[in-house]
Ligand binder design. Sequence first.
Ligand SMILES: [Zn+2]
Length: 296
Amino acid sequence: MVKPPLPALNDIEGSKVPGSFPLIVDAHVHVFPEPIFKSIWKWFDKYGWPIRYKFRTATVLDFLLSRGVGHIVALAYAHKPGIASELNRYMANKCEQFPQKVTGLATVFPGEEKSEQILRAAFDAGLGGVKLHAHVQCFDMNSEEMDIIYDLCSSQQKPIVMHVGREPKIDGYSCDPYLICGVKKLETVIKNYPGLKICVPHFGMNEYLSYKRLIEKYDNLWLDSAMVLTDYFPNNESFQLNEMRMDRIMYGSDFPNLPFAWDRELKWIHKTRLPDKFLERFLGKNAIDFFSLPKS
Ligand SMILES: [Zn+2]
């Protein structure tokens, strides 16, 4: 189990992505209006880890794109009912400022009034899926209130990125992720919604091997690598990246909410010397498929 607060690493950051890499899609980047960003950073500094990049949204996006990231999937999440529409409008507006380079996902607070209308409006505004975070939003992924979201995403062919792994379990959350998250609960969703594309971030931290098996078994589940390939969190189960199902894993950084260099994970991947075909899929192609991104 992770025991935060965790330390800052003063590792050196690169000025570019490794030169030999194919197209990189960063499938996990956070953007928020500044006041929300500020309270998230304050919360992380206290309960999680010190945030190294306290940038506002435009700087977050510029920073990665100018260093060679080809496309960004931007995520926000509503931590309470009543703010999702505003966050979604904010997201759509930021995406418009980076045409063809940034794809934003919508958010909704599960169970809030007019969930369906909130998401329909977000999709109409061009947002490309939904981001949910069980630790922050305290939802049970098998509860009835989730069906509205799963049904709409299935029928509109919009993917869901949902943090439903149990870790990092942080004291500052108001619910216990070990009670509401878990691989079995997710498997129920996958089976009930075979047409719904789901991505679980952080390789499902910390049930890595169970998630590895789950992507082998089902074609509607993907995983992202955010913060996992960095040796930062204690790893209770070790797994080999190149033994994971090649078409179901995506690179993601979790930028800017990082306690280490923005390219720490990319350096780790570079050092691991994966086959070209694997790299191409993991760094870009799988995210293009999952989020239906523009191909260039
Ligand atoms: Zn994240």
